[in-house]
Write a protein that binds this ligand. Structure first.
Ligand SMILES: Cc1cc2nc3c(=O)[nH]c(=O)nc-3n(C[C@H](O)[C@H](O)[C@H](O)COP(=O)(O)O)c2cc1C
Length: 177
């Protein structure tokens, strides 16, 4: 590749139609996010958890937050039945937790502590937690948008967040805390 071509690749946006799935992922994968694990406990079940990065705070009054869950996720029924979820925001030493709950959605004993107000299990070592009662569910293409009313929050100092960018994990240390 000539120097001129390499320079062009760096500076010119590659454009694609909205239906190009790879381009869609490359575009939105450029939006660096934190990583969370959404958890719930429906009735007598042992508990369910899934890694997500679609967490967004929505409203302060009333306090609302949402995440987007693939409609055919095996976890969907549990979240709807439970009527609550905790959004556990991961610290930068919790990459293994992120990988675990992206693969397997049954709670591993010892990963989670006692439920807070909503009844959702809360992740040990999380950087922050938003405990929510399920408030609304909206359609969103091949995902559903689960909106929660935040009933309790928690956060701690001393660690930085786990980050996700273009399919890779990263961290910023604890300089921002
Ligand atoms: C960093 C990261 C973020 C993710 N964010 C979401 C998300 O916001 N919503 C979602 O449905 N799945 C998300 N996933 C994928 C799920 O964790 C899970 O792997 C996928 O839904 C397949 O699980 P299932 O078919 O067993 O439900 C994410 C995975 C990773 C590693």
């Amino acid at each position: 590749m000539t120097n001129e071509n390499a320079e062009t690749q760096r500076t010119i946006l590659r454009r694609a139609g909205g239906n190009d799935g790879l381009a869609f992922r490359s575009c939105f994968g450029s939006f660096a996010t934190g990583v969370s694990v959404a958890s719930c406990m429906a009735g007598e079940e042992a508990g369910t958890a899934i890694t997500i990065n679609s967490l967004t705070s929505v409203s302060l009054d009333p306090p609302l937050a949402l995440f987007c869950l693939e409609s055919n996720s095996g976890t969907m029924a549990s979240f709807l039945r439970a009527g609550h979820f905790a959004l556990n925001i991961l610290a930068d030493d919790q990459q293994a937790i992120s990988n675990r709950y992206a693969r397997d959605h049954n709670l591993v004993p010892g990963d989670f502590g006692d439920p807070w107000e909503s009844g959702a299990p809360v992740l040990n070592g999380a950087l922050a937690v938003a405990d929510c009662v399920l408030h609304d569910v909206h359609g969103g293409g091949d995902h559903r948008i689960l909106v929660g009313r935040v009933v309790e929050t928690g956060w701690r100092e001393g660690s930085g967040p786990l980050l996700y960018y273009r399919g890779n994990y990263g961290s910023i240390g604890d300089s921002a805390s």
